[in-house]
Design a protein around this ligand. Structure first.
Ligand code: NAD
Ligand code: MG
Length: 391
């Protein structure tokens, strides 16, 4: 919708990295968008600041203890305030044209799923939704007649590269990986990498969880599972190639040998603008791609030996059932434990591997038939991981 009717947005995860990039585009296009609700985890001061400038009807904070401070910071406005997990769902259900799903982790599953069930259009940055509960999640979208808009850069590039092609003609879908900060490091050096080293991503500026996932390359594994669900493509047709310049984000290979690629400067506002404008294109102040200035684009095979998390995710995708759900939950807790200094970098993949074996052994990795069942598995694995890692 254009000038006459601004597109009404709900932004879940408003205080995060994707939230900030989304809000940057919204603020540059005040006639095009209005924000009806904002939700965040615990940073009530940042949420209040955003609310005062964007003037939504409703703001929700996950941390119940932040309710008083948020309420006080918004005194004198007519913005309604809610706290706790139900308030996040309430934000997701506000009457809107598009829900931007940018909470980090499986915490995003319930509100995003609620929005889909209510028939809202959803732009999905939160890949963990599809790793934790992919099949039931996609069934809900289908039932509601909603096409999820991929906001993750690789999936957005593939979505654009597909150009509405007949799925039967697709031979291969490839996502690229920057390789992260440890692309050229030895296995021994990676094992002992510090938190500061893991948080120094070469190309993208992102929240801490996804930045660590990029360093282990678990992020690419999660993205393969995400692609499988988003595009309905079997694991055998999915591929990863390491591309340190992060200029080509995703490729589609067709039966006639043609390959289309989605490209752009590594700035999340490119895919975000595509989703916010869709099906139109909006202008965005993103860096323009200058191929001659870049000069060389390189590609290499991923190394499963140095990046075992990628292998674990590929195996979970291949085995299916509840293993992706287990993988995701164990990884979230292991990343938290690493960031808290409780386990070494190499311990992340070791923990995920142990958690998968434990789940196979005790039958908790059964295929979840609903989002609720996926969240039950998620909860069990999380508790067990917390106990094991003392996280
Ligand atoms: P971030 O850590 O910067 O932000 C996370 C947001 O979620 C914050 O607003 C935080 O307050 C909120 N949040 C955290 N826990 C919550 C909870 N329990 N309930 C409600 N809100 C909660 O993370 P990010 O980098 O913006 O990533 C968000 C999602 O987008 C992740 O799933 C990530 O994988 C995906 N993604 C991010 C990027 C990127 O460039 N940052 C790129 C592709 C995909
Ligand atoms: Mg990505």
């Amino acid at each position: 919708k254009t000038a006459a009717a601004p597109r009404r947005l709900v932004i879940l995860g408003a205080t995060g990295s994707i939230g900030a990039s989304t809000i940057d585009l919204v603020e540059r296009n005040p006639d095009r968008f209005s924000v009806v609700a904002l939700a965040a985890g615990r940073d009530h001061a940042a949420l209040a600041r955003l609310a005062r400038s964007l003037k939504p009807e409703f703001v929700a904070i996950r941390d119940e203890e932040a309710y008083g401070a948020l309420k006080e910071a918004l005194a004198g406005t007519n913005i309604q305030v809610g706290a706790g997990p139900e308030a996040i769902v309430e934000a997701a259900l506000r009457e809107a044209d598009l829900v931007v799903s940018a909470i980090v982790g499986a915490a995003g599953v319930e509100p995003t799923h609620a929005a889909l069930e209510a028939g809202r259009e959803v732009a999905l940055a939160n890949k963990e939704c599809l790793v934790c509960a992919g099949a039931p999640f996609m069934r809900t979208a289908e039932r509601a007649g909603i096409r999820l808009l991929p906001m993750d850069s690789e999936h957005n590039a593939i979505f654009q590269a597909l150009g509405g092609a007949d799925p039967a003609t697709i031979e291969r879908m490839t996502i690229t990986a920057s390789g992260g900060p440890f692309r050229t490091w030895s296995k021994e050096a990676i094992e002992k990498a510090t938190v500061a080293e893991a948080l120094k991503h070469p190309n993208w500026s992102m929240g801490p969880k996804i930045t660590v996932d990029s360093a282990t390359m678990m992020n690419k594994g999660l993205e393969l599972i995400e692609a499988h669900h988003l595009f309905g493509v079997p694991a055998e047709k999915l591929d990863v190639v390491v591309h340190p310049q992060s200029i080509v984000h995703g490729l589609v290979s067709f039966a006639d040998g043609a390959v289309t690629a989605g490209m752009g400067a590594p700035d999340m506002r490119v895919p975000i603008a595509h989703c916010l404008g869709f099906p139109e294109r909006m202008a965005a102040p993103t860096p323009r791609l200058d191929l001659a200035a870049i000069g060389t684009l390189t590609f290499e095979k991923p190394d499963f030996e140095r990046f075992p998390s990628l292998r674990l995710a590929l195996d979970a995708l291949g085995a299916g059932g509840g293993l992706p759900t287990v993988l995701n939950a164990a990884n979230e807790i292991a990343v938290q434990a690493f960031l808290a200094g409780k386990i070494p970098f190499g311990g992340i993949a070791r923990h995920v591997s142990d958690a998968i074996e434990a789940a196979i052994a005790d039958g908790s990795a059964r295929e979840p038939s609903s989002v609720a069942e996926a969240l039950t598995i998620d909860h069990i694995v999380r508790e067990r991981s917390r106990a094991v890692l003392a996280a």
